[in-house]
Design a protein around this ligand. Structure first.
Ligand code: HAS
Ligand code: HEM
Ligand code: CU
Length: 547
């Protein structure tokens, strides 16, 4: 029997998807080593060999985890769903763009990692000026971004072709969400592209001597905030489209799901100043406006929470459960494809609440640059998003390689999920607490001449290190599971795409009016950013040399 008979998924497409997924998890493994070492250094349990610097490690960790693991996984996941929902296979041009994108991103990643490990780019994943890296670091990042653009174009192309041959039909929900996710990414990356090409590269080559720091940070966060939604939206795609199928229920509302994604497109870009609330050089009014918009972008997450509860409850009712929480009993707790993303959802409740605290100006003054913020994003991206991605691989790898998930691997998956959650409880829990006590982020072990505050922090730092070690065990487990999934028995696994509940209203057509949504997005960006950016250019703070 040939493999293609066993699997309904196009084999060539499967190869592209698996290449992305494996690269992503390779990055997770190396990033995980760096993460564990960082935790141990901060806890005072080890010292790094003299030739490895703390910031080298932290840069490698941030870049590999936040930029590489996520982007590769997301492109692979979206391509799998595009292949599945828009015609059953990728169009030749889409597949080609996917592979060229993959190659460019991989060349960029390799150059970037080498430059970081050589100690020539210890500027962290936010590469804030005036810290200066080797020009090759910025060129490497540019390659990653350009590669991801090509992959995005592939998705747009397949979507447009599908719309042409299916005139008047509503696009599949998965494809619609993929288009929004990539659109968000393409618009957001324009900011960082401008920063890298116009400011950082000429400056690091020495063609210009100084750099406008405030402007570079503004351009960075123009990208940096939507970046976090670029990570989140694919997790939401799993929650909206995949989870209903896995629990044997229905999608609560197609229109609500699309509307929430549109709101993310509109409101996630003009909010970057909430990362710069404590910075000089931006007037209060513009910070205030962007904070208001930040609270607008919370709405689609609340809509998502509502919709998920509705899906779970309808599912319970259709299976005869009663009472306020009866539906909890019929959820498939022993199925890792549900359990891992569900733990992600659960963690997102405190994670999102922490975000609201960060976004409030006065409270930001308390938590900014402390480990509280590090705790916040190890719950959001490193747990809610990461656990959802982990949950996806237990069916995605079987689907695209024509295999089946075995009960043993399912069980190992549940153990992996629990290990991750326990590790994170220790690590992120102590980061949050010690952050409130003032312990700064982005520092190696330091007791500040045995200052009483720093002595107070140390027990929490040790708990962080213990959490980091537990998390690293969980990293090893997910890597083992992935290797085992690649060698699981041959068979057919269905791509779990949910169907919309019959009780929901039909989806209004204006939700696919791209001109309208892109125009509104541009207007909001122009309103939130034009005057502050003109101000930063025409009244620059003295330019800074590099460090
Ligand atoms: Fe954030 C800093 C504000 C969400 C990631 N954030 C960061 C950084 C990262 C990050 C990486 O305003 C650090 C960057 C750096 O290195 O400096 N964040 C927010 C706000 C939200 C938010 C308002 N962040 C995220 C997400 C991220 C992420 C998502 C990654 C994926 N964040 C900030 C601010 C800062 C910041 C400031 C700057 C701090 C500083 O000073 O430096 C919101 O989008 C959150 C909304 C979410 C909710 C939760 C909804 C709940 C749901 C779950 C439902 C559960 C169910 C299960 C159904 C309101 C959807 C229940 C079942 C049962 C049985 C109970
Ligand atoms: C920072 C540990 C997984 C993203 C850190 C820090 C520690 C750490 C201790 C703080 C260092 C400091 O501020 O001085 C770990 C461990 C992990 C893990 C032990 C699991 C084995 C992840 C994952 C992601 C992630 C899965 C994202 C997908 C980040 C980012 C930073 C960070 C973006 C900030 C880097 C910076 O401030 O420049 N991590 N982490 N981490 N981590 Fe993790
Ligand atoms: Cu943000």
């Amino acid at each position: 029997m040939t493999e293609s008979k066993l699997s309904t998924f196009d084999r060539q497409d499967g190869r592209l998807v698996i290449a992305h997924v494996l690269f992503a998890f390779g990055a997770l493994l190396i990033g995980g080593i760096a993460g564990m070492l960082q935790g141990m250094v901060k806890g005072g349990t080890i010292t790094l060999p003299a030739n490895i610097g703390y910031y080298e490690l932290l840069t490698a960790h941030g870049v590999l985890m936040a930029l590489i693991f996520t982007t590769y996984f997301i492109v692979g996941f979206l391509y799998s769903g595009i292949s599945q929902t828009l015609g059953g296979r990728l169009l030749p041009l889409t597949r080609k763009l996917g592979w060229i994108g993959y190659l460019l991103m991989s060349v960029g990643t390799l150059i970037g990692v080498v430059v970081i490990l050589l100690g020539k780019a210890s500027v962290l994943y936010t590469f804030y000026a005036p810290m200066k890296a080797s020009p090759w670091f910025y060129i490497a990042l540019a390659l990653v971004v350009i590669g991801s653009w090509l992959s995005g174009f592939g998705i747009f192309y397949q979507y447009v072709k599908w719309k042409k041959t299916n005139q008047g039909k509503l696009s599949p929900l998965f494809a619609y969400m993929s288009v929004i996710t990539m659109l968000l990414w393409q618009i957001a990356t324009l900011g960082v592209a401008a920063e890298v090409v116009v400011q950082l590269i000429p400056w690091s080559f020495g063609w210009v001597e100084t750099i406008n720091v405030v402007l570079s940070r503004t351009l960075f966060w123009f990208f940096g905030h939507p970046l976090v939604y670029f990570w989140l939206l694919p997790a939401y795609m799993c929650w909206y489209v995949i989870i209903p199928k896995i629990i044997g229920g229905k999608i609560f509302s197609d229109a609500l799901a699309r509307m929430s994604f549109v709101l993310f497109l509109l409101f996630s870009i003009p909010v970057g100043f909430h990362h710069q609330l404590m910075e000089p050089g931006i007037s209060h009014f513009w910070k205030y406006l962007q904070v208001v918009l930040t609270f607008m972008v919370v709405i689609p997450s609340l809509m998502t929470a509502f919709s998920l509860f509705a899906t779970f409850e309808l599912n319970g009712r259709s299976k005869g459960t009663k009472g306020l929480f009866g539906w909890v009993k019929v959820l498939p707790w022993k199925d890792v494809r549900f359990f891992a993303p569900f733990m992600g959802m659960l963690v997102f409740i405190p994670a999102g609440a922490g975000g609201l605290i960060n976004a409030s100006n006065q409270m930001n003054a308390v938590v900014h640059n402390t480990l509280w913020v590090t705790g916040h994003f190890h719950l959001t991206v490193a747990t809610s998003v990461a656990l959802t991605f982990f949950g996806i691989v237990y069916w995605l790898i079987p689907v695209v390689t024509g295999r089946v998930l075995t009960p043993r691997l399912n069980k190992l998956g549940i153990i992996q999920t629990i290990t991750w959650c326990v590790g994170m409880l220790f690590m992120s829990g102590s980061m949050h607490t010690v952050g409130l006590l003032g312990s700064p982020r982005r520092t190696a072990y330091n007791t500040y001449d045995d200052h009483p505050d720093a002595i107070l922090w140390m027990p929490y730092h040790v708990a962080m290190a213990i959490g980091g070690i537990i998390l690293f065990v969980a990293v090893l487990l997910i890597i083992y599971n992935i290797v085992a999934l690649m060698r699981a028995p041959k068979g057919q696994t269905e791509y779990p795409l949910g169907e919309v509940s019959d009780t929901s209203e039909p989806t209004p057509r204006f939700l696919e009016n791209w001109k309208l949504w892109i125009a509104l997005t541009v207007i909001l960006i122009v309103v939130a950013y034009t005057i502050p950016i003109i101000d930063q250019i025409s009244n620059p703070t003295p330019g800074s040399p590099g460090y």
